[in-house]
Each structure stands twice: as C-alpha cells, then as structure tokens.
Design a protein around this ligand. Structure first.
Ligand SMILES: *Cc1c(COP(=O)(O)O)cnc(C)c1O
Length: 415
C-alpha cells in the first residue's frame, strides 16, 4: 500500500535488456489525484511531507556519500533491496525527486538530470550512437549540439545537416547506416516547425531512433514522447528552471529497454551529474512553470503582433502568428508558444540591427533565455555556411510588464 505521493520501488536489476547493463531500482509514484492537472503535478508529484518531517519544501540532500549500517549492507548495496542511494554522482534523493517529476510532466517513465543541457544532449547522443552510424539533423539546431555532432566524426560517426525542416527531406536524407534523427521544433534562431508525427512515423519504419530537444516549448506546451519520439532532451537552464540561476539538463524516455540502460550508464560513467542544490532550485522553479509559461506566451504574442505591424520590421519569426509558415502545424502539435522568437528589420545590415539593439533599455544583451528577464541579441543564429547571412534580432520576452516591454521596443525602433 502506498499513500498518494509516496513511492514504490520498481525496476529489479537485470530486467529485460541487454547483457551487462542493469537498471537500478527507482521509485514510481501515484498521481496526487486521479486525472489531475499539470499544475497539480508541478506542485505535488513525487513529494511527500510525511517523509520529510512535515516540511512543505523538500530538504536538500547535500551529501556526496551515503552511510550503510554494516558490512553486509555495504556489500549488497547494488542488489536493489537495500538502501538505494550510494554516491551522489550515481543518484541522490533530491535529484531523484526532480527526475521523477520531470518524467511525469513529459509523459515519460524515466528521466535523468545532468549538469547542463549539453551534458544531457551529449549523453543522449552517446547512448544511441556507435562507430559507423549516421545521424540526420537540421542545420538550425542549437550550435553547440551541431559542433558536438561534428566532433563525433573522430569516433567514426557521420552527421548530415539539412537547412530545411520538412519531415520528408529529413527522412529522405536517411541511409541504411542512419541510426538517429535529432531535431528541434521550433528551432531556436529561425523558429521553423517540424511535423513531429511524420518524422516519427518515417523513422519507426526504418528502425531509426528519434531524439528531440524540447527546451523551447517545455512539456507544458508540447509533449514529444506522446507523439512517439524516443528521447526528449532539455536545457533545463531555460524555462524549466526559469530564474536564470541554474545550469541543468535532462534526458527523458518512456521504455525500460536498452536506451534507458545506456543513458543511465552515461550518468554513472560520463558523470555529468546534476548537483542536489541545483536540483532543489529546479524543484522550486518548476512549481510556477505553468503560470510563467502562460504569462510568457501572452506577453510575447503581444510583442510579436506589435512588431509584425511596425513599419521598420520585415518579418517576425513567431510560430503563434497566423502568417508564420509553420503556424497550422504548430497549432496541431503544441498547446501554445513560449516567448523566444526573432525578427528582421527591412534594413538587415549589421549597423541598423546594432542601432536598435543598443537603444533597448529593458531588453538586455545576453545569451540564454527562459528566465525572468527580457533579453535581445542580434546574429545569424546557427546558419549553415552556404546560406545567405540575414541579420536577425532574437528576443526573449521575460516577466516584466507587457506595456513596458512594448514601450521599450517602440522607442528603440524610432528612426
Ligand atoms: C541552451 C540550449 C541548449 C544547451 O543547454 P545548456 O544548459 O546551456 O548546456 C540546448 N538546446 C537549446 C535549444 C538551447 O537553447
């Protein structure tokens, strides 16, 4: 018997996967109420004040090691029936609480926290790929992800990058050696939408694994695992944490097979583990994810509409605008839009772009996004070497007053 919220152990070692790899036992939790909403899960899932001396906020298990009562217990520590924490590189109760919550929010069965988004993405890639394999990805995926994929050539892994986000083109670039399609929708500079269901259907038919970076939409707006994607990755640094004070990443999946075991191995042996204090800050940040995302969405759409109607603006790349080429697809596979988008001036020179950026006062110049503060940067955003260089302004619309942000942009765009 388990009270609502209290966990049970599952995943006995050696269950149903390849030789030499064991899934460690993990806790599975009941929902706080049957059919409860996303907001309730953010607040209560995997948390149990009765286990933490009544504390409404969970404790931080700020420890590297865990103590055993005797020698036998120590020797049996990997058997799965003893205390299941051993060493924080491999697992920690604060991190595990966050991992359980994130798996539930994404519609997965397991999640692993990493010390950064790139820690998570590189672990997912290594978990899937081996020498001789081929990867297909968009040319507009996050720049460091592309760089890492290119570096895998040293280990005999080849990658093809396509400047289109058409599902048919991504599938058409697959070869007999293709093991993985890695994609983002929308991309985080040009904001192209990919038909997730179509990519998944084509990949399944060819025995290809799919991995998807869901940092932009968060599980509040989009759940790729439910559309059939195999692995979801996150830069939790962005909206999931939402306060610009943590660097973290996640890999989430839904099958207890080889992929799960290999990602677990990446945590233990590559060791890019999430720190318990960062996990605790993220548990706090996640509680307000739905409210923050609603506000981000509303404010960013108001800003995008104002820009789309402005005489100096040539194009606004925001999938929530009816004029965006991926708008209908976005509506079918997402419940809403976050607040990162880009626009181009009619004068797409570097000088004109810099003049607008340097007049902004509330929007500050800085990388990253998803936090409380508004950001604006100019650039060509992961464009392929053979593409024409278009100067774009990328905005992250933060949690300030919408009217103030509109006023700031209007004065910066004055001639
Ligand atoms: C920031 C980012 C990453 C990398 O995450 P870090 O936490 O910075 O390592 C991955 N994907 C996208 C789309 C990002 O914006």
């Amino acid at each position: 018997m388990s009270a609502p919220g209290r966990g049970r152990l599952t995943g006995a070692p050696g269950r149903g996967h390849c030789a030499g790899m064991e899934l460690k036992p993990r806790r599975v939790y009941d929902d706080p109420l049957p059919n409860c909403g996303f907001e309730t899960l953010c607040t209560h899932y995997a948390e149990d004040p009765a286990e933490q001396q009544g504390a409404a906020a969970p404790p931080i298990y700020q420890t590297s090691t865990f103590i055993y009562p005797d020698a036998e217990a120590f020797w049996n520590r990997r058997r799965g029936d003893g205390p299941h924490y051993d060493y924080t590189r491999v697992g920690n109760p604060t991190t595990a609480m966050l991992e359980a919550k994130l798996a539930r929010l994404e519609g997965g069965t397991w999640a692993y926290g990493f010390g950064s988004g790139m820690g998570a993405i590189s672990a997912a890639l290594r978990a899937v790929l081996k020498a001789g394999d081929h990867v297909v990805a968009q040319a507009h995926v996050y720049g460091p992800t592309q760089t890492y994929l290119r570096q895998l050539a040293r280990f005999g892994i080849e990658a093809t990058f396509l400047t289109t986000s058409e599902a048919g083109a991504l599938l058409g670039a697959c070869r007999p050696q293709t093991r993985l399609i890695y994609f983002e929708s929308p991309t985080s500079g040009h904001f192209e939408i990919v038909d997730i269901r179509a990519v998944v259907a084509g990949a399944r038919g060819r025995g290809i694994v799919t991995a998807f970076d869901n940092s932009w939409a968060t599980p509040y707006f989009q759940r790729p695992l439910e559309l059939g994607v195999d692995l979801v990755t996150h830069s939790a640094t962005k909206y999931l944490n939402g306060h610009s004070d943590v660097v973290a990443g996640f890999v989430v999946g839904r099958d207890d097979g080889e992929l799960h075991a290999r990602v677990q191995e990446e945590v233990e042996y590559a060791g890019a583990t999430l720190d318990p204090f960062a996990a605790w800050l993220m548990l706090r940040g996640l509680r307000t994810l739905p409210m923050r995302m609603e506000y981000h969405q509303r404010s960013a759409l108001a800003v995008a509409r104002m820009l789309a109607a402005h005489g100096r603006v040539a194009v606004v790349n925001h999938p929530g605008l009816e004029r965006h080429p991926g708008h209908e697809l976005a509506r079918r596979q997402m419940r809403g839009c976050s607040s990162l988008f880009s626009f181009a001036l009619h004068d797409q020179s570097r000088e004109a772009t810099a003049r607008v950026l340097d007049r902004l006062r509330l929007f500050r110049a800085g990388v990253s996004w998803g936090g409380h503060e508004s950001l604006a940067i100019g650039g060509t955003f992961f464009s392929a070497p053979d593409e024409p260089k278009r100067w774009l302004i990328r905005l992250h619309v933060g949690l300030e007053s919408t009217e103030d942000l509109l006023a700031d942009l209007r004065q910066a765009l004055e001639d």
